[in-house]
Design a protein around this ligand. Structure first.
Ligand code: HEC
Ligand code: HEC
Length: 241
């Protein structure tokens, strides 16, 4: 009980310390209510920073390590601040005009984190992979995946389960980019050796390349994990060719 009290005092102390460097009057509020309290304004700002995984200087003029009292919060120099205004309006419209129409008593509220999941731009891992393949080819994409996984695994920003890379690979194979699909499926199997779907898709892709032996091996592995008659049939089909 006593510890809890001390903890509360500490939290209060540090929040006040941080906020003490922030002016009490605001001069350039265009979308937030002009009469907003400092506490509420800072609540907004912290949820922006957390939602996008950034610090104050992402939107405001100031440097890492500089005291907040020296930041120019009034300035509209940064594009990101102007974009954030549009986002605040969007958030409020979703919450106040749209979600209210559902007639739920305690309607959930959308906030920056709902879409952004700790990223500057809200992108799924599928989108990041497709973009990176387009720009830099499959090698830079596999490199990118490893880096993102290293940095974000266990966090809430990207889905590192087996499914996303399987979906990207399947669509690559479908558009004739079989080598790329094979590379991604092999990457996926490093992290998800028990995904029958990755083994199965790899088998299909290898068959498309005409590598019958390797294809059958992959499909047999898929069948071992998931003894489904359709996989069996596929194996027979390819073996006969
Ligand atoms: C994603 C962008 C973004 C981030 C990150 C952000 N802000 Fe802001 N901030 C804004 C926007 C947009 C406004 C103006 C809102 C408006 O026009 O109503 C603003 C306004 C302010 C103001 C009021 C300035 C004035 O006098 O008009 C202060 C103070 C402020 N922010 C502090 C902070 C602090 C401290 C942080 C870091 C904890 C922070 N902000 C992080 C976007 C951001
Ligand atoms: C409904 C989903 C959604 C919500 C909620 C949302 N955003 Fe966004 N935001 C997006 C999308 C999508 C983009 C990318 C638009 C583009 O550039 O194509 C984006 C882009 C941005 C950008 C520009 C990033 C850049 O690097 O150019 C900023 C800044 C931003 N959002 C801030 C916020 C803030 C602050 C909030 C909360 C007040 C918020 N967003 C809430 C979907 C959302």
């Amino acid at each position: 009980m006593k510890n809890l009290f001390l903890f509360a005092i500490m939290i209060l102390f540090f929040t006040t310390l941080g906020n003490a460097q922030i002016p009490d009057k605001f001069e350039n509020l265009q979308v937030l209510p002009k009469e907003i309290s400092k506490r509420e304004l800072m609540g907004n700002m912290k949820s922006f920073a957390l939602g996008l995984g950034v610090r104050c200087q992402f939107c405001h003029v100031g440097e890492e390590g500089q005291p907040l009292s020296e930041f120019d919060f009034v300035s509209d120099e940064k594009e990101t601040k102007k974009k954030a205004r549009v986002m605040i309006q969007m958030r409020d419209a979703i919450n106040n005009q749209h979600l209210t129409q559902l007639g739920e008593e305690n309607a959930l509220q959308v906030n920056c984190v709902t879409c952004h999941h700790g990223q500057e731009e809200p992108k799924t891992i599928e989108l990041v992979m497709n973009e990176t393949i387009e720009k830099g080819g499959i090698e830079s994409a596999t490199q990118k995946y490893r880096e993102l996984r290293e940095k974000h695994y266990g966090g809430f920003t990207y889905n590192f389960q087996a499914r996303p890379l399987e979906r990207v690979s399947q669509s690559l194979a479908g558009s004739g980019k079989v080598d790329e699909a094979i590379a991604l499926l092999k990457l996926n199997l490093e992290f998800h050796p028990e995904s029958f779907m990755s083994h199965y898709s790899l088998g299909e892709a290898l068959a498309m390349k005409g590598d019958k032996e390797a294809a059958v091996k992959s499909l047999e592995k898929a069948y071992e994990i998931m003894p489904n008659p359709r996989i069996k049939k596929k194996i027979e089909e390819i073996s006969k060719k």
